[in-house]
Design a binder for this molecule. Sequence first.
Ligand code: TAP
Length: 453
Amino acid sequence: MSFTLIDPSTGTPFQEVPRASAADVDAAVARAVDAQRHWASRAPVARADALRAFARVVEAHVDELAALEVRNSGHPVASARWEATHVAQVLNFYAGAPERLSGQQIPVAGGIDVTFHEPYGVVGIIVPWNFPMTIASWGFAPALAAGNAVVLKPAELTPLTALRLGELASEAGLPDGLFQVITGSGSVVGQRFVSHPDVRKVVFTGSTEVGIDVAAGCARMLKPVTLELGGKSANIVFADADLEKAAAAAPGAVFDNAGQDCCARSRILVERSAYDRFLELLEPAVRAWRVGDPAHESTEMGPLISAAHRESVASFVAGARVAFRGSAPDGDGFWFAPTVVFADPQDRIAREEVFGPVVAVLPFDDEADAIRLANDTVYGLAGSIWTENLGRAVRVSRGVRSGVLSVNSHASVRYSTPFGGMKASGLGRELGPDAAEHFTETKNVFYATEESS
Ligand code: TAP
């Protein structure tokens, strides 16, 4: 059994990829159990060295990985290169963890009390199609650093960079079976991660709907789960902001990766007194957004991932009040022009995740109204606040219920800082200083020092 990959910028099928069965997953997990025992018993410095070697091999293959992502996912080559480099950086960052996963020594009577961070064993990681290699690395790098083995399921649509990373791990000398990439459907491979008793933790990134199902399955197995789910993030622009800067940055915050980004600022909330001026500034920035062949260095946005996804995105725009649009190539490929729509808070476009290059603009009256509107969604992943007023920046960033916020910036992802969502956007955090610890369980051991008589 196999499935066919399609180049999203041409619509052309180009490769068959095997579809694993539940029995294939079981065999992989058995290999992982074995590999993990040896890995966890290695000296911390040896695990650190192995991860650094993996990072160096990834660095040496950045262009190759980027080219695979251009073909398989339609990512602009400059973005794809950033993504591959980011994977190496994530590995380098967590290569520091094996030697820093210190437990505690707790004062107690009659002996010594010590805690250990024990690895779970085998971790199952389920990845979506929008950022195939970066999201995979957020799971596998800290999980491996903490002494676990990893089985990774990429999305069926975009498995190529994950498969290559699996090969590069072997080239770098990681032990056989420690990091395995298994291609196949979510309902078979992903579900087997959930139900397999030897997969002791699951990391899921994807839609809220499937995430709830995965979490329910993990609950039945008493298995910890990290969920990174959907978003409907707000880009809040106050009248006292540097409007030129805010408008120039807004397209990148929502049209990057063709809006197929869980952190996309897909609602722009603008203070009413600056609303007309902001739209005047936004229009040329949107029209200038360069959509085209992802293999060109200057391209800012490629196609959507599939024909079915383009239909889904288009369904949000049908009947909406379009303010203005950018351009996109005609012809084959799953193209969709960047689109700005006017919206009211109750409109579907203002509430549901589009996961495409469509942004809803809504006015607000004052600070309290801005916070209310920003929070008027089931999601709580990311968001931005544009203001020159420091006190307001502090108040609003504390008031918005989102896991990742930026002020006068749209930056959401740095490997050294925590990332994850509140409300229906997720459970748990990835990246940052504590991620390796999240792949361990605390063990407490009391050593009696009283001499037995
Ligand atoms: P999903 O359809 O939820 O798929 C995500 C992954 O789960 C895929 O690998 C999929 O496999 C697998 N899967 C599907 N059904 C499953 C099941 N019953 N059990 C176990 N695994 C299953 O999401 P998507 O459409 O690929 O991705 C888009 C969504 O991901 C958006 O909502 C987006 O916001 C969210 N996302 C969130 C984040 C963060 S960090 N919060 C980052 C990126 C994306 P197959 O599709 O291959 O069968």
